[in-house]
Design a protein. Sequence first.
Length: 534
Amino acid sequence: MSQHYQNMIIGQGLAGSAIAWRLHWSGESVLLIDADEPDTASRVAAGLITPVTGKRLVRSPDFEQYWKEATSFYRRVEQTTGTAFFEETPMIRLLDPETAEALSSLKDGAEPWEGRLQSGGQVKTGVKLTQAGRLNVLRYLDATRAYFDAADSYRTAKVVVEKDIDIGAKICWKALNVTADRLILCQGSEQSGLFPDVPNNRSHGDILKVRIKDYQRTEVVHKSIWIAAEKNGDQTVGSTYDWTNLTGGISTAGKKEVLNKLSGLVDGDVEVVDHKSGVRPTMKDYEPVLGCHPNSTNVFIFNGLGSKGSLKAPKLASDLEQFMSGQSPVDQSINYQRLVKKELGRRPLTKLAQEAVASVVCNGDTAIDGTVGNGFDTCFLAEKVGDTGQVIGFDVQKKAIESTLERLKATGFNNVQLLLESHEKIASIVAKNTVKAVMFNLGYLPGGDHSLITEPRSSTKGIAAAIETLTNDGILTVLAYRGHSGGEEEFTAVERLLQQYSDKHAVERIDSTPPKPTSPVLFVLKLKKQGRRK
C-alpha cells in the first residue's frame, strides 16, 4: 500500500528544511528526502547573519524584514525540537582608513569599535554591529531531520528526479511507492533538468578550522574573510569564492588563500585543525529562485540562496508557502519566471546541447565525446551515464587528453576511456547500435593552439560513423563554430551531411541568438525508433 503526503521535498538543506517547517506548521504533511551527503554547502556553512555587505559596508535594505522572520523562525524550531542552535551575537567589521566614512551611514545597530584580536596584539579599529547572529547550521539541520524522521516524514535517499520520480496529476516516487500532491525541489548546487540553470553561477568555498595563538575575541570578526570563535577555543575561518572548481572537494589553493588573508589580520602561528568545502547554489543576479514549473502546476523550486541562506531561508519559505496555497504571488525579482523570460532563445548552445542529451541518456548507457577538448562535455556525459555506464572520448591533441584526465580525476569519474585518436576512427573502435549519445564540438581547443582545428573531411567521416553507433533512440549533437579560418567550410560540410539523414531521422538546426554569419550553430539529430534496431 502506498504512502501519500501533501508535499514531497527533495533536499534537506537550509531551503528544504525551512519550507518543511512552514508547511508542517500550516498543517500540511511533508516528506523530506535527502542524500545525507556530508559536504553540501548547507552542512558546512558558517551560518553568519550580518546586516551589511561589501567593502563599503552597505546595509542590506531588506535586512530588517529578513532578520525579524529569521529570529522568530529559529526560536520556534528550537522550542519545537528542544535544541539550541541560534545565537544573537554582535559582529565586528574591521575598517580600512578609506571605509571610515561608512560609520555615518550605518546609523542604528552599529557603534565604533577599537580593540585587539589577540592578547598583546595590535590595536585595530572598526565597527561593532549589534544586530547580527549566528546559526549553528549543522545542529539545526540535524534537529530538523530527527524531528521529521520521528514523524515518518524523512527518507535518506539519492533521488534523480528525471529517473526516479513520475510527474503527473500526482507525484510518484516509484521505488518506495510514495505519492504526493506537490514536488518541491530544494537541491542546492545540484542542478535538475526540470529547472535548467538553477543555480547558474555556483561557487566553491573553502572553510578552515584553526587555532590562532592568543586569540581572544568572542564576536565574529570580518575583513575580507571572517573569523568565528568556537566554544572549544578553536576558530572557524572562511571563506573563498571559486567559480571554476565546482567539484565540492577541498582545494589546496583555497586553503592557501584563506591562510594568506588571515595572516594579514593576526600575528604568530596558526594551526589548521580541519578543512571543509562546499559548492554554493548561487545565481548570476544574486537573487534566490522560487516558483512553479512552467508546464507542471504541482512542481516547485526553492533554490539559489547563496551565502545568505541562514538569513533568507525562513522568510522565503513563508513566501513560497503562501504562493503554493494561492494567498500571494512570488515577487518578480525572485520568481523562476524571470529566468524563463530572460533565457528564452538566448541560452548558450553548449547548454542546449547538454539538455538535449540529458533528455535521452540514462544510467548504464554508453556515450561518445567525439572532441573531448577540455573535458566539460566528457564530465557531463560521465555523470549522466553513471557508474554502470561508459564514456569513450576522442581527441588528437595530447593537451586535450591530459586536461580532460585532470578534470575527471577532480570530479571522481572512473567510467571514461580517453583515446588519443581522431574521431574518424570511431567506426573501427565502437560497435554499431551500442551508443545512446554522441557529442561533437568542432573548431580549435580553447586555450590551445588555434591553428590546430578540426577539418571537414575528418569531421564528416567521424559524424557519419558516430551515427552508425547510435541505438534506435539515440541522439547526436554537433556544435559547429564558423568564426575561425576554415570554420565556414566545415560548417557547410556538416550541414550537407546531416541533411542526408533528415528523411529518416529528426534533424534540427539551432542558431545562436541573435544569429550572425560567424556565430556558432548547433545541430541535433535524433534517431527515430523505427529507423534501426538495437
